[in-house]
Design a protein around this ligand. Structure first.
Ligand SMILES: C=C(O[C@@H]1C=C(C(=O)O)C=C[C@H]1O)C(=O)O
Length: 366
């Protein structure tokens, strides 16, 4: 037997092993799906309006997967696989309709798929306000909106959305923002005269553009998805957008990851109508309308410190329609049901005009 046939036999043997493992995995995934269907039945008998999607349970499942992972696959990649397995299991229980800030191919679209998996039906809407309305009306079960970017700061439209809505925050997603330089099938790459992107993407890739395309016109459009859509039939144009836009519009990546700051991250919120039970590692967001008096902020922060509640962010927005009145958006570590958080909020309430819990939800796992 020569070396060539030996290695061929080995290859055939290994592929047989993979076939055997695949058979087992497939049987086990279907067994898992069968249990999910039984869980769905239990939810239907226990509740009048059963809630099938359980963010706290999904976060716990993903954390367990990562904790017990021994490789060779890395824990985060394994968690992504389980994310998709849960996505199809939940879809079998009850298909989920998710509204997001579109159009298709935006980073919010990527965030929606990262959080719910690819089995969810994702529906693009034109504005953040539309996403809130669609979820309030019940025509979508959940919504996905951007809330802050590590280099550009908060997304005011999202924070303002909560001022006039009773929707709850039921989850968060973090997405590293990588920008791709995209061209269409027919683009003359040597003769690019226009680069489309959202203004934030143009800003985040400024140094790269100054070096590689110093004299090419940069055109700001409403979203990166829109930029990708536009260049489909333009021979002299390129777009800057994310990975999903490339596949959504069948574009080619001429240059990858052209952002000036590679650690650039955007955080998104998942909004819904129901409160979420504790997962063990949660965040709580509140909205506080302070009294117009000296020391108003101290009266909010002191009880948090006293009861050992860690604050992860505080943002100020004008409390419309009142001129010169402000509200604070505060994110804290812990669940609203935690005793120390309850104690801190009980002390804050009498000191402020209004305090609303926007939601308690699992910390992003993947
Ligand atoms: C199976 C359940 O329903 C859904 C599916 C899950 C899963 O596939 O593990 C987890 C949580 C729910 O979103 C459950 O609630 O346990």
């Amino acid at each position: 037997m020569n070396e060539q046939t030996m290695s061929n036999d080995e290859l055939i043997g290994l592929r047989q092993k993979i076939d055997e493992v695949d058979e087992k995995i497939q049987r086990l995934i279907n067994e898992r799906a069968g249990y999910a269907v039984q869980v769905a039945k239990a939810k239907k008998t226990q509740e009048d309006n059963p809630i099938f999607y359980r963010p706290e349970r999904e976060a716990q499942v993903l954390k367990k997967v990562m904790a017990r992972n021994e490789g060779p696959l890395p824990a985060d990649k394994m968690a992504r696989l389980f994310r998709e397995i849960m996505s199809v299991c939940l879809d079998l229980e009850a298909p989920q309709k998710i509204a997001y800030l579109g159009p298709a191919g935006t980073f919010t679209h990527m965030a929606a798929l990262k959080h719910f998996g690819k089995a969810a039906t994702t529906v693009p809407l034109s504005t953040i306000a539309d996403v809130f309305r669609e979820v309030e009306a019940g025509s979508a079960m959940y919504g996905v909106v951007p809330v802050e970017n590590s280099s550009e700061g908060v997304v005011n439209h999202t924070l303002d959305g909560f001022l006039s809505s009773d929707l709850k925050i039921i989850g968060e997603v973090e997405l590293p923002v990588h920008h791709q330089f995209l061209v269409g099938e027919h683009t003359k790459v040597g003769a690019i005269s226009k680069i489309y992107a959202h203004s934030q993407a143009l800003a985040q890739c400024r140094q790269w553009l100054d070096t590689h395309y110093p004299n090419v016109e940069r055109v700001a459009v409403s979203s990166n998805g829109e930029a990708a859509r536009r260049i489909k039939n333009e021979w002299h144009s390129a777009a800057i957008a994310g990975e999903v836009a490339a596949s959504e519009y069948n574009l080619h990546k001429l240059f990858e990851n052209i952002e000036d700051t590679p650690s650039n991250t955007t955080r998104f919120l998942i909004i819904g109508r129901e409160a979420v039970a504790p997962s063990g590692q949660d965040k709580t967001s509140i909205l506080v309308a302070a009294k117009d008096q000296a020391g108003a902020l101290i009266q909010i922060l002191q009880p948090l410190a006293k009861h050992g509640v860690s604050m992860t962010s505080i943002e100020t927005r004008p409390e419309r329609p009142n001129k010169w009145a402000y509200v604070f958006f505060i994110d804290m570590l812990g669940h609203i049901d935690d005793a120390n958080m309850q104690a801190a909020l009980a002390e804050i309430r009498p000191q402020v005009k209004d305090l609303r819990v926007l939601g308690a939800y699992p910390k992003a796992v993947i």
